[in-house]
Write a new protein. Structure first.
Length: 373
């Protein structure tokens, strides 16, 4: 296991690219921000909005939102700065919502005076598909994450709304590509290729149940000619800036509700409880999870030093929050033992070894920290 010299991100992240100086592509992409003419990008965004703006009062764009801080910033830019009339679309899941998550979801429509559609899969289907994805891939919300792209896109197109605005181009920001573009339609259409239909049919899922996340048809695409854009191309995307903007509009974090284990902040991914299990399951497979993601981003943004980040990663990245686990197994229907038996088979034997019954990284980021504690 190798770690980026600048931000500490490991090379076990799927699709990660390191250069000859052992610096990851996410760091290189971040450095490039300084050379970007953001005023010009803002002008490009205005022109795109003008192209799709309607003056008959109908929705001129759709914004897929969760209700989180990024959603607040996104709606702020589109509605307040660009003066558009967006329809908000949320693809929900059946995990239990936090109080903050419920408040923020409601706040989003209210603070910005927007109409808002909530789309939820059948809970019975949700449970079955999450079980398959947990047991087969160690990735509980694999299917749901694909739906986060395809469902709002398909709905917008079926409603005849051609402009669809997403926040972050994750592939670029997390450094699995250096191709910088605002256009994300292909990303969405390709996302569905990860679904192995034949396999799911064999596992007892019906074709009808997959319908919601099947991408739009060619005929629908030809008719509406959708444009799907990532906002992170047009404005320097930062979770801390997004948080500051969101707070002004009434966004609340988890400070007074839940101190999460295995997390170093209280404002990212706070909508539901069990979702943390999905994030944590990267740990046995790749040797890192959310703390590494967040800490390395903070290092890139100059908000943490590499050594501070390393300490946080070593101290917290392996921890799975107990409340999150309780919610996940309750909703999905596992016992605690069943869950840990599933996890057991995903520990990556190349990077982990079992010491006194506990899986430990063979090459941790910061060897001395164990002794420091
Ligand atoms: Zn890096």
């Amino acid at each position: 296991m190798r770690y980026c010299n600048k931000c500490g991100m490991p090379d076990t992240r799927p699709g990660s690219v390191f250069d000859e100086e052992s610096v990851c592509l996410a760091c290189r992409n971040y450095e490039r921000r300084a050379t970007i003419d953001w005023d010009k990008r803002n002008e490009e965004l205005k022109q795109l909005c003008n192209k799709y703006r309607k003056d008959d009062g109908s929705y001129d764009c759709a914004i897929p939102v969760s209700g989180g801080k990024d959603s607040h910033r996104l709606v702020h830019i589109i509605k307040e700065e660009m003066n558009m009339n967006p329809l908000l679309i949320t693809f929900g899941d059946a995990l239990t919502k936090t109080e903050a998550g419920k408040k923020n979801y409601r706040n989003l429509g209210e603070a910005f005076n927007c109409d808002h559609i909530l789309f939820e899969l059948s809970i019975d289907f949700f449970r079955r598909i999450v079980r398959i994805d947990t047991e087969e891939y160690g990735e509980p919300l694999r299917f749901i994450e694909i739906g986060l792209y395809t469902v709002p896109t398909k709905l917008s197109i079926q409603l005849g709304i051609p402009l669809i605005v997403y926040g972050e181009n994750a592939a670029y920001e997390y450094g699995t590509t250096d191709k910088e573009t605002y256009s994300g339609l292909n990303t969405v259409l390709n996302a569905y290729k990860k679904v192995n239909e034949d396999f799911l049919l064999k596992k007892g899922i019906s074709k009808k149940e997959l319908n919601a996340i099947v991408p739009p048809t060619q005929e629908e695409l030809d008719r509406v000619k959708p444009e799907l854009i990532f906002m992170s191309y047009f404005v320097p995307w930062s979770s801390v800036t997004n948080l500051n903007v969101a707070r002004k509009y009434g966004f609340v974090d988890l400070t007074h509700e839940w101190q999460r284990e295995g997390c170093i902040e209280h404002f990212e991914q706070i909508d539901s409880m069990g979702y943390l299990v999905h994030l944590w399951m990267k740990y046995p497979k790749f040797g890192f999870q959310r703390v590494s993601d967040i800490a390395s981003r903070r290092v890139r943004e100059g908000r943490l030093s590499l050594s501070q980040a390393k300490k946080l990663i070593m101290k917290y990245d392996h921890k799975l929050d107990q409340l999150a686990l309780k919610d996940f197994i309750n909703v999905i229907g596992y016992t605690t033992k069943e869950f840990w038996d599933i996890v057991e088979k995903f520990w990556n034997r190349e990077i982990f070894e079992k010491v006194d019954g506990v899986w430990k990284l063979k090459d941790p980021l910061y060897k001395d920290s164990m002794e420091d504690e």
